[in-house]
Design a protein around this ligand. Structure first.
Ligand SMILES: Cc1cc2nc3c(=O)[nH]c(=O)nc-3n(C[C@H](O)[C@H](O)[C@H](O)COP(=O)(O)OP(=O)(O)OC[C@H]3O[C@@H](n4cnc5c(N)ncnc54)[C@H](O)[C@@H]3O)c2cc1C
Length: 383
């Protein structure tokens, strides 16, 4: 038996952030991770993630403003540069699956500056892009890259330096709510605490077993890929980009190495996170390489591919809320676009588990929404 104020289950980006925030407020915290810290079997490894203002609702755009502020706090407290501003370009081809109207309207409502560009203007400004005629570009100067593994490690380090105990190779097998306290079982140890943050992403439902809730989650196995452009200098000053159609793709300029990274969004097979391959998939690679040859003809040969899990809710909205009837058990789930919000989610999850409230707008991220409760809800991940 071991006593802490709070237990955090899962130490990827979200759990690391929650442990850091809870420990920095003076609580005793233990974070439990089933694999070694910094492993590559979840969603928070590899080099880079997109941080951007452009989103499909004003509420999301407002939350991105908090994200930029919270990354700045992480930079100040870690002493490390985290945010590399490169500009962000959303590309909407004719008849695209994702409507530019929501993006433009949301940025405008929140007062975030942006530019609208034609295909010709995009080509003139960044000659590496060759978008089809009629493509509309939405350029936002603050689009940025944040480090994935390095950012997660920094939050783990901050958690530890604030007094949290972080344990790798420690799998949580059961969480039981006793009203006055919660018990978290891992191996031979039972941790008694006031509250638990579950940040287990693809394994969330396994951790919640016994609490009477199951979130309709789909786990897919994605495949970011690195290309080596022969004329590297042309790719130094390009923005990160997102192809806003079905299929959807995204990519980065050079970041810390002489490559450019790209991937399909939601392009991988549905998998069981405990039984999936770590090997690259040739068909996915061929599909991405063909797209890269058409949009970025100079992106060059493939250097390497890796696998990474997406854990998707049907509406692609996050879960940031206490489990129904179990206010001491709070879930944080990023629905495969949560890295940019990791420092923000850490703050929100710490608020929710300690006080039941937060100043951030999490009204869309509860358990009681149609995307999670209506079995007939039509999943839509292209937002
Ligand atoms: C290829 C790819 C590209 C992405 N691009 C972006 C992007 O550009 N911008 C963006 O904002 N987001 C992006 N995302 C999404 C973002 O990376 C994820 O939302 C985020 O990293 C999820 O963090 P997490 O801590 O919830 O999950 P994870 O990193 O998977 O961490 C969950 C942890 O819980 C542990 N765990 C599970 N069960 C247990 C248990 N029973 N006991 C102990 N530990 C347990 C797991 O081992 C794991 O370490 C991308 C994701 C992928 C895969």
């Amino acid at each position: 038996m071991s006593d802490y104020d709070y237990v955090v289950v899962g130490l990827g980006a979200l759990g690391a952030a929650a442990a850091w925030q809870l420990a920095s407020r003076g609580h005793t915290v233990v974070g439990l991770e089933q694999f070694e810290l910094g492993h590559t079997r979840g969603a928070s490894h590899d080099t880079s993630r997109i941080l951007r203002h452009s989103y499909h609702t004003p509420a999301y755009v407002r939350l991105t403003c908090e994200a930029y502020d919270d990354w700045a706090r992480l930079e100040a407290e870690s002493g490390e540069q985290m945010v590399t501003v490169v500009g962000g370009l959303d590309l909407f081809p004719p008849d695209c699956a994702i409507s530019p109207v929501d993006y433009v309207g949301s940025l405008r409502e929140v007062g975030i500056a942006f530019e609208e560009l034609s295909a010709e203007e995009i080509r003139a400004r960044w000659p590496v892009f060759d978008p089809p005629p009629g493509t509309r570009g939405l350029y936002q100067a603050r689009g940025a890259i944040v480090p994935a593994a390095r950012g997660t490690a920094a939050m783990q380090r901050l958690a530890t330096s604030c007094g949290a105990t972080l344990l790798g190779s420690t799998r949580v097998t059961r969480v039981t709510d006793h009203a006055s306290h919660v018990v978290v079982e891992a191996g031979d140890t039972a941790y008694t605490c006031r509250g638990v943050v579950v940040a287990a992403d693809a394994w969330t439902n396994r951790v919640l077993v016994g609490l009477g809730v199951e979130i309709p989650l789909t786990v897919t196995l994605e495949q970011p890929t690195y290309f080596a452009p022969p004329h590297l200098s042309a790719f130094q000053d390009v923005p990160l980009w997102i192809w806003m159609d079905e299929p959807s793709y995204y990519g980065f300029p050079c970041y810390g190495e002489p490559t450019v990274k790209a991937a399909q969004d939601c392009g991988g097979p549905v998998v069981d996170p405990d039984r999936r391959t770590t090997e690259p998939d040739q068909e996915m690679l061929d599909r991405l390489a063909a797209f890269m040859r058409s949009l970025l003809p100079g992106s060059g040969p493939v250097v390497r591919s890796l696998r990474c899990q997406y854990t998707l809710t049907p509406d692609r909205d996050f879960v940031l809320a206490p489990v129904p009837d179990h206010p001491a058990v709070v879930v944080g789930l990023g629905s495969a676009h949560g890295f940019k919000f990791a420092p923000t989610f850490g703050r929100i999850l710490a608020d929710l588990v300690t006080t039941g409230e937060t100043t951030s707008d999490v009204s869309a991220f509860g358990f009681d929404r149609p995307g999670l409760t209506d079995p007939a809800y039509q999943a839509n991940w292209m937002v």
